[in-house]
Design a binder for this molecule. Structure first.
Ligand SMILES: NC(=O)C1=CN([C@@H]2O[C@H](COP(=O)(O)OP(=O)(O)OC[C@H]3O[C@@H](n4cnc5c(N)ncnc54)[C@H](OP(=O)(O)O)[C@@H]3O)[C@@H](O)[C@H]2O)C=CC1
Ligand SMILES: CC(C)CCC[C@@H](C)[C@H]1CC=C2C3=C(CC[C@@]21C)[C@@]1(C)CC[C@H](O)C(C)(C)[C@@H]1CC3
Length: 418
């Protein structure tokens, strides 16, 4: 069942050793952040004041809540969709179909949660369950990736991902062997990438806001800003759900521990770090400063959305009037590369916008602690590494035309700097 070209693919993430280290480091970092955020000193680089007792990690209630959450989101996924989209062409020339109903899932979740709160559901109590919830999310990600690894043993070679089939079980378990594991029409990777984790993230944020209101009479301005910015980001991702079908996670990476853990545990429990920090360490924020931070977020969002939409429009239909006037380079594959507009400024303008937003999410937390800036630091490292991986893949796809693009647009993410 080994993919012949897979075994020749160069190893990423530092090979099996790197993969093994990341499998320990990522969950350890997540628990470190969760513990440190609620500690007095809240030092990113210090040790957490105490390690949790096993009883603080394990709770049958958390397991039940988590499985209900996954079940609810799976049910929303199976509801009739306003549109079915086709994915990129696969090795066997077929295309998979995907439901476009992620935004609908967000709205239905909001209605259900709103109804629950109206009926007296103590949403703020969720903040007391973050540790055991993170623990069951980690366990499910681990068990799920194990099942996916076994499922891939039966998959035809054409269904395997280019990267995760080296023959080394640790590496392949981490990266994921099968490209689009499905049960019937239920696509596991597509489902996990956008729904339980992203919607879970904003729900946790909202619970932290509710808990702050409970403790201090009303939510702080900083908490409102963090909630608003991140809701915009998640709403935007689900509104433009179809665009995720062209990201390397869907088209290139298998579904293994990295994405299962990343989607199900890492995103909801570490991306909500700023709101967690604010609950335990309230920060004063004046209106003028808040307005400047809103402006920073708006600039970031403008670049992020402008760049992503320009590329998506161009890839769908290069003669669309919104992009037809842009300068392009032809490639041997028949596809073209944009060299003006956003994509003529740097080679990854969307990463630049995303990073500016990341900064705006941390600024409401003040500058007294490094902890709320963790996301910005991690995200910079992730995007620099991702950019290098994408560059490698584009060089393989487009060869000389890609070199020409790099010559014409020399900076990767930040103009005149990187
Ligand atoms: N919040 C988070 O944790 C994360 C967010 N993201 C965000 O996800 C979004 C998607 O990112 P990602 O999937 O990495 O990559 P991109 O959306 O940047 O896509 C890269 C692909 O775009 C195409 N492309 C590159 N240059 C050009 C050009 N000049 N003209 C036309 N097409 C071009 C190439 O594919 P092809 O030619 O085949 O179309 C390339 O492989 C980004 O906005 C990123 O910031 C990503 C990771 C994590
Ligand atoms: C922590 C590990 C080393 C790696 C885990 C990475 C994952 C957490 C991220 C990989 C790509 C992602 C994307 C988004 C969220 C984070 C992960 C899953 C994304 C859904 C966020 C919202 C954006 O608008 C997007 C463009 C849809 C993103 C797609 C990639």
């Amino acid at each position: 069942t080994m993919a012949p070209q897979g075994s020749r693919a160069p190893l990423e993430f530092g090979g099996p050793l790197g993969a093994a280290a990341l499998m320990l480091l990522l969950p350890a970092t997540m628990f470190h952040l969760l513990l440190v955020a609620r500690s007095g000193p809240a030092r990113l680089l210090g040790l957490p004041p105490h390690l949790p007792a096993p009883a603080a990690l394990w709770s049958p209630g958390a397991l039940l809540l988590w499985l209900t959450w996954l079940g609810l989101q799976a049910a929303f996924y199976l509801l009739p969709a306003r549109k079915m989209a086709e994915g990129q062409e696969l090795k066997d020339q077929s295309r998979l179909r995907y439901p476009i109903n992620g935004f609908q899932a967000l709205v239905l979740t909001a209605l259900l949660v709103g109804l629950g709160v109206w009926a007296g559901l103590p949403l703020g109590m969720l903040t007391e369950m973050l540790l055991p919830l993170a623990w069951v999310a980690t366990l499910t990600a681990f068990i799920f990736s194990l099942l996916l690894y076994l499922k891939a043993l039966m998959a035809p070679a054409s269904a395997l991902a280019p990267g995760g089939n080296s023959g080394n079980p640790v590496y392949d378990f981490f990266l994921g062997r099968e490209l689009n594991p499905r049960f019937g029409s239920f696509d596991c990777k597509y489902f996990c990438e956008l729904r339980p984790g992203l919607i879970g993230w904003v729900l946790i944020n909202l619970a932290l806001l509710a808990q702050e209101a409970e403790l201090r009479g009303r939510p702080s301005l900083a908490m409102w800003l963090v909630n608003g910015f991140q809701l915009l980001y998640v709403g935007d991702a689900l509104w433009h759900e179809e665009a995720v079908l062209t990201t390397m996670d869907i088209t290139h990476d298998g579904f293994g521990f990295m994405l299962a853990f990343g989607d199900l545990a890492w995103v909801p429990f570490t991306y909500s770090l700023q709101a967690q920090f604010l609950l335990y360490h309230p920060q004063p924020l004046e209106l003028p400063t808040a307005s400047v931070i809103c402006l920073v977020n708006a600039v970031g969002y403008y670049i992020f959305r402008g760049a992503n939409s320009q590329k998506n429009t161009f890839r769908k239909n290069p003669s669309d009037p919104r992009v037809a006037g842009l300068e392009t380079i032809s490639t041997a594959t028949g596809r073209q590369l944009l060299v003006s507009g956003w994509w003529g400024m740097v080679r990854h303008p969307n990463y630049l916008g995303d990073l500016i937003m990341a900064l705006a999410w941390s600024l409401p937390c003040g500058v007294s602690h490094l902890l709320p800036y963790f996301y910005l630091l991690y995200f910079t490292a992730l995007l620099v590494h991702r950019e290098a991986r994408d560059e490698q893949q584009c060089l393989q796809k487009y060869g000389l035309a890609w070199r020409e693009y790099c010559r014409r647009v020399p900076y990767r993410i930040v103009p005149y700097i990187y």
